[in-house]
Write a protein that binds this ligand. Structure first.
Ligand SMILES: Nc1ncnc2c1ncn2[C@@H]1O[C@H](COP(=O)(O)OP(=O)(O)OP(=O)(O)O)[C@@H](O)[C@H]1O
Length: 343
């Protein structure tokens, strides 16, 4: 079997805080294959950006991978130095579209100069080819080609974000890591960027890790997804499978909370309570206090992320719940409180 393109294996990340160690990500595992678009979803604070930063080697100074591995094409990358990472991975292999462009563009260099510097370090493209590619990307993200020689400060905030997307994509990287990439853009521009992402996926077998709050974007654009809750991966599998047959209580309640065109008259559920701040090591299910189906056992151990019976040979469907094989049904009569019944 070939190695996955990108893999997180039992990844735990902790931050030092004035209250002690905070576990932002706990034993997270997932794999991304070549040509796969992978969505990472979950409430604010569940650890999505921390995972992205861990993949890119950009954790804040007080953050550390305390256990687990991140592999790229089978090679461990979590301990690479910045220099090794820049030389071997950045831009050409793994390219990053961050949430905000301000800290990512060099304010002292024109965009085309930045493109030339990146491409010269990572490819043997000629100056003309580089210019052609960055101009084509400018066109795609809705910027005038004639502006490739502008400095970042000559663009508006949204235009800077588009210039950054152009830089992140013009070398056709193997994996694009995108943290809410189009949030700052208007709807038409978002659509255009996603259309282009679909196009390069077809043409180059590009993969993507897409972090977003917007689950509908994941349904539209991704093949596979992980749903996170308070540092733990609740469930991971194909988007269709997770939507049609969620196995983790959090995913089941999330599905109830989102509008579904198939059931336009359905009342939407709400997920009561707030996710916990995980201080110290996590040896319990982080959803336990919000879960209508929790049992004592859920407080005693952190449930392993394991295969469910709906896994297929081509796409495992994993969930981290002791009750993942039971038919958990939301009690509709009591839907607002989301007390559940097991049938
Ligand atoms: N530098 C830091 N120091 C201490 N705690 C941090 C730090 N960065 C993140 N955290 C904490 O780690 C947890 C995960 O944060 P993270 O930013 O990864 O979440 P997220 O899912 O990306 O949230 P959002 O969707 O709001 O961006 C949160 O509890 C957050 O407060």
């Amino acid at each position: 079997m070939t190695e996955p393109l990108l893999e997180a294996e039992d990844l735990t990340v902790q931050y030092r805080t004035s209250n002690g160690l905070l576990t932002a990500v706990s034993d997270a595992s997932f794999t991304i294959e070549e040509g796969q678009y992978f969505g990472l979803v979950g409430e604010s604070g569940c650890g999505k950006s921390t995972i992205i930063k861990a993949i890119l080697g950009g954790l804040d100074d007080n953050g550390r991978i305390t256990s687990g591995k991140i592999k790229y094409r089978g090679e461990e990358i979590q301990d690479l130095s910045d220099e090794e990472r820049n030389r071997e991975l950045r831009w050409k292999e793994i390219s990053w579209i961050p949430q905000g462009s301000m800290s990512s563009l060099d304010p002292l260099q024109r965009i085309d100069e930045q493109a030339i510097e990146i491409a010269r370090t990572h490819t043997d493209l000629s100056k003309e080819e580089i210019r052609e590619r960055i101009e084509r990307m400018f066109d795609i993200v809705g910027l005038q080609k004639s502006r490739v020689s502008d400095y970042p400060h000559q663009f508006s905030g949204g235009m800077q974000q588009r210039a950054l997307i152009a830089l992140a994509l013009f070398l056709k990287p193997a994996v694009i890591v995108a943290d809410e990439p189009t949030t700052a853009l208007d709807v038409i521009m978002q659509d255009q960027v996603f259309k282009y992402l679909d196009e390069i996926k077809e043409d180059h077998d590009t993969s993507m890790v897409l972090v977003t709050h917007d689950i509908s974007v994941v349904f539209e654009s991704c093949d596979k997804m992980a749903i996170m809750h308070a540092g733990q991966v609740a469930e991971v599998g194909s988007v269709v499978e997770l939507f049609d047959n969620p196995r983790h209580p959090y995913s089941i309640l999330l599905q109830e909370a989102f509008p579904d065109v198939r059931y336009p008259d359905r009342d939407l559920g709400i997920i009561e309570g707030n996710p916990p701040q995980n201080m110290g090591n996590v040896d319990y299910c982080t959803f336990v206090d919000r879960c209508p189906w929790a049992v004592d056992e859920c407080r005693k151990n952190s449930p392993p992320l394991e295969s469910t019976s709906s896994s297929t040979s081509t796409e495992p469907h994993l969930a981290s719940c002791l009750r993942k094989e039971e038919e958990l049904k939301v009690d509709r009569a009591n839907e607002r409180s989301l007390r559940g019944d097991v049938s």
